[in-house]
Write a protein that binds this ligand. Sequence first.
Ligand SMILES: Nc1nc2c(ncn2[C@@H]2O[C@H](COP(=O)(O)OP(=O)(O)OP(=O)(O)O)[C@@H](O)[C@H]2O)c(=O)[nH]1
Ligand SMILES: [Mg+2]
Length: 194
Amino acid sequence: MKVKKVQLYKTVYTPDELPQTPYNEVAFVGRSNVGKSSLLNAVANNFKLAKVSSQPGKTRSINFYLVNDRFFLVDLPGYGFAKVPLKEQQRWRELIESYLKGRDRLKGVFLLVDSKVGPTEKDLQMKEWLDFFGIPYTVVATKVDRLKASQRRNLEERIKKALGGGDFKVIPFSAKTREGREVLLREIFNYIES
Ligand SMILES: Nc1nc2c(ncn2[C@@H]2O[C@H](COP(=O)(O)OP(=O)(O)OP(=O)(O)O)[C@@H](O)[C@H]2O)c(=O)[nH]1
Ligand SMILES: [Mg+2]
């Protein structure tokens, strides 16, 4: 299956704005600046779809992207960026949590972890949270183009171990070189069809 058409369907700032839709969806979570928006653009083959910024805290809303008129990719605001005012961080947290708890058609979550930094405390919390609510997820190790060969070795195993292990895959990915895009696409379609 191919990504033929991607369009921004809805931008959501508060839980009551979350749309009820007839389509299945997968969501992308991770700390601010980890590369969520870049990954979406790489998947969509559209560099202008989601706003990318070297300044963390760029995505402040939940963005629903409709793919092939059939399913949604959902870009969530990044967590854990200290420079974003606490009140705003709290608002994002509530928005992310009410999203993750309340979606009947959410088939899977992609938890993005920076391959160089490794999982943070906040990533571990998110992982435990997904486990607790029984939401299937896949970990994506982002920006692997920045790794030296030695840092690449056993990357999947190391990230898995740092997250405390469990029943999930780790996909190495680069929005820059597009490494891992095909594997990621397959995983997205698997979730959507599950
Ligand atoms: N080298 C490299 N840089 C990347 C890659 N993906 C993203 N970046 C850079 O990382 C920074 C953050 O990327 P974004 O895609 O905006 O990250 P985000 O997770 O959407 O951030 P928020 O919207 O703040 O949550 C930008 O400067 C990107 O150019 C990658 O695969 N390789
Ligand atoms: Mg973003």
